[in-house]
Design a protein around this ligand. Sequence first.
Ligand code: 6GU
Length: 255
Amino acid sequence: MDIDIVSVFPEYFDVLDLSLLGKAKDKGLISVCAHNLRDWTHDVHQSVDDTPVGGGAGMVMKPAVWAECLDELLGLPADAPAQETALPDRPILIFPNPSAPLFTQQDATELSHAQHLVFGCGRYEGYDARIPAYYRERGVDVREYSIGDYVLNGGEVAVSVMLEAITRLLPGFMGNPDSIIEESYTGGNALLEHNQYTKPASWRGLDVPAVLLSGDHAKVDRFRRDEALEKTNRIRPDLIAQLDCHALSKADRKT
Ligand code: 6GU
């Protein structure tokens, strides 16, 4: 998977080399390149933003600079006509945006199958809405995502979050792929995960639930499923409401 990231703070992504993502780079699973948007400016001040049309506080990122950069990274000719351009590797263009739909595990799974991802990090009050519109009109798969209901100063942290969620799903990335199947938000199950315990069975007066020591796998499975259901119902009732009608068995419904 080839990953391009555009930002006015590309150094922010130097830390990717330190994390598990660095391992994926070393294994040749991904190739990441962080670019400085200012490299595509032509003025001495290397300005990337301007005041909002219609008034208001803050600055908005200008479309022309972004387009020069994105045309190059996407392999799109400058001023391409508004029709689908046959792009060789079907890149997906992703803009973090606090006013967009939430990024979910399902999005991470879908994006983990892409060959080429291009992330555009906005700063200031955001970016000109014609940037995503322009590339959509030319057949690019453009996505805008928020990572949660809170405000960050820019898209860099959000892109780091999305990248970690996506790249850990790449085949060969995780040491033990089973741990991906069991975790929360996966497999159309979308329940929070049951609690985990390790040895010792008794620690500072707190005991591991006895059923986990019973060796009865059916009972253990039932206990964990009930715990996941109870926990989800208490902490994230919205996830229970979203489950499809086949997700809950008769035994589940008793819980
Ligand atoms: Cl994607 N960007 C910014 N700036 N703030 C956010 C966000 C994204 N998601 C949640 N808050």
